[in-house]
Ligand binder design. Structure first.
Ligand code: FAD
Length: 388
């Protein structure tokens, strides 16, 4: 519980990075407050993601495993199929012996809502409908201004406002996300042809698309497909057109003898599409009392499936840096030194997979993805150790 004269943090964005950062800062004795542009918990029910063992480890360091394992379902193995549907590999996924560290497949909105509820349960103020428009930074503090005319002042401001971050535009106006070479289709259906059960994620090295799917215990199939091509226009992205996307995708998947085409052709459920995007390496992350975390700082193409997990790592490591440093500048410099090599490697590897059109784990020419069981990372995440 923070004391009355505890240091204060304003956190912009109550997504995965923002909520976890608020929880971590409170654990470090700070007063954290969350400001979220959406008018409510924004249950974006269609989209899903996988949290890897490293993300689950970060949650465990925050004592926040339970609210997350209450949603979604565990994944304990990875299968890889070739374009003929032949199984190339079937291996355990991460640290399956430790239930709290098992990979998890979740709807992004449910994960967000669970983390927001946990932050509020711990006494963290969360204001929905608060859209940051500007900030002013000075020696005594930083002040956020919101579209409704209200303000909030604190010792630090954390920009956890995602891919199209306003905070980043204000402190690093030259840094913008770019296209990583693939369109990403993703969906969920309860009427896909039966595959072989739950508990594993299957990656298909298709001839024209990298495809992946996992089946929940309730029989819903979550799937994605990454396809090389020109980026979709803003107009195309805004169009909710599941049948258009299905019709684009199915001919590419029908070239192969895998379950992919049958899953996408299932008549019910959601189908969405987005462009794979990534931040340029070397993006400045901090200025004065303001720092970026999560996608705002280091969004990567989704090929390695690490965006949410690295956002959770950010939260723990930033809170430790602020807890153990005499001032924000020292903390932000330490944080940058700890985080940049790992997350920029993820941007490079994930973008390399996307541009090469390979599925994760395929013999791409890029170096291996950042490990999820790295000793340095474990030390950095361990709450009771210092970062320095
Ligand atoms: C298709 C796809 C598949 C993916 N699959 C995976 C996966 O399998 N595994 C994985 O780990 N990651 C995956 N990711 C990435 C993952 O979703 C992101 O890395 C993660 O959501 C980033 O969290 P964040 O909190 O930084 O940003 P966000 O989740 O985008 O949250 C930002 C928040 O800030 C708010 N906000 C924005 N502007 C303002 C403002 N001006 N004022 C106040 N609030 C504001 C937004 O409303 C939002 O709530 C995937 C991404 C995509 C696109």
């Amino acid at each position: 519980m923070p004391t009355a004269n505890a240091k204060r943090a304003v956190i912009i964005g109550a997504g995965i990075a923002g909520t976890a950062t608020a929880i971590a800062l409170r654990k470090a004795g700070w007063q954290a407050a969350l400001f979220e542009a959406h008018p409510n918990a924004a249950e974006d029910i269609g989209a899903f993601l996988t949290l890897a063992g490293n993300g689950m480890r970060a949650l465990a360091e925050l004592d926040a495993t339970d609210p997350v394992t209450a949603v979604g379902f565990p994944l304990t193995s990875l299968r890889v199929l070739d374009a003929r549907g032949t199984e190339l590999a079937h291996a355990p996924l991460g640290d399956v012996a430790e239930p709290a560290l098992r990979y998890r497949c979740l709807r992004r909105g449910e994960l967000n809502a669970a983390l927001q509820a946990e932050a509020v349960r711990r006494g963290i103020p969360l204001r929905h409908g608060a859209r940051l428009v500007s900030l002013s930074d000075g020696p005594a503090g930083v002040t956020a201004r919101f579209a409704d005319g209200t303000t909030a002042t604190a010792d630090v401001l954390i920009g956890a406002d995602g891919l199209n971050s306003t905070v980043r535009r204000l402190i690093a106006p030259g840094s913008r996300p770019g296209y990583a070479g693939q369109r990403v289709f993703y969906g969920c259906t309860g009427t896909a042809p039966a595959t072989d059960g739950t508990g594993h994620i299957t990656m298909v090295r298709g001839s024209a698309a990298a495809f992946g799917f996992a089946v929940s215990p309730a029989g819903e199939t979550y799937w994605f497909a990454r396809v090389a091509g020109e980026p979709l226009t803003t107009r195309e992205l805004a169009r909710p057109a599941p049948d258009v996307w299905r019709n684009q995708l199915i001919p590419l998947l029908r070239e192969d003898s895998t379950p992919a085409a049958g899953i996408v052709a299932a008549p019910t459920g959601t189908v969405m599409v987005t462009n794979a995007t990534e931040m340029p390496l070397g993006t400045p992350w901090h200025s004065g009392r303001t720092l970026l975390v999560g996608d705002a700082a280091h969004a990567a193409s989704p090929a390695t499936g690490q965006g949410a997990s690295t956002a959770l790592e950010d939260a723990v490591i930033l809170a430790k840096a602020l807890r153990d440093s005499p001032d924000p500048h020292t903390a932000f410099t330490l944080y940058d030194a700890c985080r940049r090599p790992r997350v920029e490697r993820n941007i490079t590897v994930s973008g390399g997979i996307s541009r090469a059109g390979h599925a994760p784990g395929s013999p791409a020419t890029s170096p291996p993805a950042p490990r999820t069981d790295d000793d340095t990372l474990h030390r950095q995440l361990a709450w009771d150790t210092s970062l320095g």
